[in-house]
Design a protein. Structure first.
Length: 198
């Protein structure tokens, strides 16, 4: 039996889920790989995405920016321009990841506690996965580990793949969970606008 803290059913229900098409890469890994990853140091760029680190710094700078805007509006405009450049660079770095391509877009049901994806080949329940998620709405690549909780034949009428696999995240850090929540909220708002437009 694994030692990992998996969210229980009531905890999982706390998180909102959406259907989305997400560019992701996954591979089956050994439980020892997951244990080693969970014992990594607190080095921010080892444990979370570049955008998560930038987001943490952005939160710290907001109060300073408020004061600068009040006293020096021209300097504030310049700093905002620099911030936009940094975001564009982060996006360019993120898109260079060798694991992502147009062929890696999966129909996904995603929340901040786990995800279900449509896949081509079945995976055994209990297997561990390393998953890289490209979240374009937040300019983020998140590396997560998960455990397969079910794998079944896909019965969705518009299914593009024969199997659907459900995955619970393992030891997801708070910063990456916040990025996932932000992505889910942004995509939900976008989907609502698209429905209204059509």
């Amino acid at each position: 039996m694994s030692n990992f803290n998996l969210a229980d059913a009531s905890e999982r229900r706390r998180f909102f889920r959406i259907d989305d098409a997400i560019n992701l890469y996954y591979k089956v890994v050994d439980e020892q790989d997951v244990i080693a990853a969970s014992k990594m140091s607190d080095d921010v760029l080892n444990n979370c995405s570049l955008v998560t680190a930038l987001d943490m710094l952005d939160q710290e700078s907001r109060m300073l920016m408020f004061r600068v805007e009040k006293n020096e509006p021209e300097i504030a405009e310049y700093l905002k321009t620099l911030d936009s450049k940094i975001n564009l660079l982060a996006q360019a770095v993120m898109r260079q990841g060798k694991d992502f391509s147009e062929g890696n877009v999966f129909n996904t049901n995603i929340s901040a506690s786990g995800l279900a994806i449509e896949i081509e080949h079945s995976i055994e329940v209990g297997e561990y996965l390393e998953i890289k998620l490209l979240l374009t709405s937040c300019i983020a690549v998140i590396l997560v580990y998960g455990r397969v909780v079910y794998c079944k034949e896909n019965d969705h009428k518009n299914a593009s793949m024969p199997y659907q696999v459900g995955i619970d995240y393992i030891n997801l850090n708070d910063q990456d969970r916040e990025i996932l929540i932000k992505h889910i909220v942004k995509r939900q708002m976008q989907q609502i606008r698209e429905q209204k437009a059509s």
